[in-house]
Design a binder for this molecule. Structure first.
Ligand SMILES: CC(C)(COP(=O)(O)OP(=O)(O)OC[C@H]1O[C@@H](n2cnc3c(N)ncnc32)[C@H](O)[C@@H]1OP(=O)(O)O)[C@@H](O)C(=O)NCCC(=O)NCCS
Length: 182
């Protein structure tokens, strides 16, 4: 069974469509379609939107020249987790899940981003919950470790993460390592 989003026909058992709704503070309900795919299943248009969002935020908005394309996207077990706005097909949110052993010994979540126009509508919350569910399916016995930007420490704590390092600066931005308590 296949379906179409953003002009792309998706038909693969690696593609996991999850329909979810998040409540918009001022504009009623907004529907986000959550999809997770390995690199080999990303269409060219999808890949462009993902990289554009990441560069727009992590390089341009956060004013940070760093190696954004680090070679980890194409690992066969890396999962690209996308939230598409159903109303107009724009990419509202994205994160990637890296398998154990690629960045850390543990499984990790990175490039966690919500496009500026969609922020503070609980999409970030929703995406993290869904990604953690996805991790539980794929690696049920693995610990999740993240390198979090310090300003989001409380946010990650509210999802069960605990700080396990001192603060450190990476690519000019304060970070802290956190793990998800089981
Ligand atoms: C971080 C980010 C993904 C949050 O997305 P979002 O959809 O706006 O988040 P939500 O509306 O679900 O809010 C979740 C929580 O995140 C925290 N949060 C979001 N923006 C924040 C900010 N600017 N400062 C501090 N905390 C913030 C709050 O705890 C918030 O909960 P609250 O609304 O109850 O206060 C988004 O702001 C973003 O893309 N930022 C730039 C990229 C980035 O820094 N990524 C994180 C890498 S570790």
């Amino acid at each position: 069974m296949g379906y179409e989003i953003n002009g792309l026909f998706l038909n693969s058992r690696d593609v996991i469509p999850i329909l979810g709704t998040v409540r918009r503070k001022s504009e009623g309900r907004m529907q986000i379609q959550w999809i997770s795919k390995p690199f080999s299943r990303l269409g060219v248009g999808e890949l462009y939107e993902v990289l554009k969002l990441r560069v727009d935020v992590f390089v341009v908005e956060q004013n940070c020249p760093y190696p954004e394309l680090d070679g980890k996207d194409s690992h066969p077990q890396t999962l690209h987790f996308m939230g598409w706005n159903k109303a107009d097909g724009t990419l509202a949110a994205y994160l990637r899940i890296l398998p154990p052993g690629l960045k850390f010994k543990q499984v990790t979540i990175g490039r966690f981003v919500v496009a500026k126009a969609f922020r503070r509508q609980r999409i970030g919350n929703s995406m993290l919950e869904r990604a953690l569910d996805r991790i539980k399916d794929a690696w049920p016995s693995e610990t999740v470790k993240i390198s979090a930007q310090v300003y989001l420490k409380n946010f990650y704590e509210s999802h069960g993460f605990e700080a396990i390092s001192e603060r450190y600066v990476e690519d000019g931005i304060p970070h802290i390592d956190m793990i998800l308590l089981k």
